[in-house]
Design a protein around this ligand. Sequence first.
Ligand code: CO
Length: 151
Amino acid sequence: MIREIVQVGDPVLRKKCEPVKRFDGELCSLLDDMKETVRAAEGAGLAAPQVGVPVRAVVVDVEEGFFEFVNPVFVWQKGEQTGAEGCLSVKGKAGTVLRPNKVKIVFQDRNGDKYSLVARDFFARAVCHELDHLDGILYTDKATDVRDSED
Ligand code: CO
């Protein structure tokens, strides 16, 4: 089911999200809906607070594949990259953001099993952007410029 994407100004986007504790049907529905929602919106990622649920779960949809990260935590961040970002919760805008070029995270899947993953380049950027959402941070807080975009 496609869920409504919350827009900037809604306090749920500024919450420090709670860890996921129950790996149940509700989590599966949330992740399934987030996949459908991000694909319909043609985004590179979506965090649970963006559909109004302040828990630590994100999806990332990039060249490398489609990923679900539950309770993700950075292990390390390396290097730098500067590039353009937008956000499905900040419609019609784009900005330039400095991010690490390579990151390692640990996370759980929808069953609660633990994994680690290294992401680089745009994938790393998407991971950083989505993980920021879990701490109430928007890319516009970090961007050196925010401009109107056609998207
Ligand atoms: Co975003």
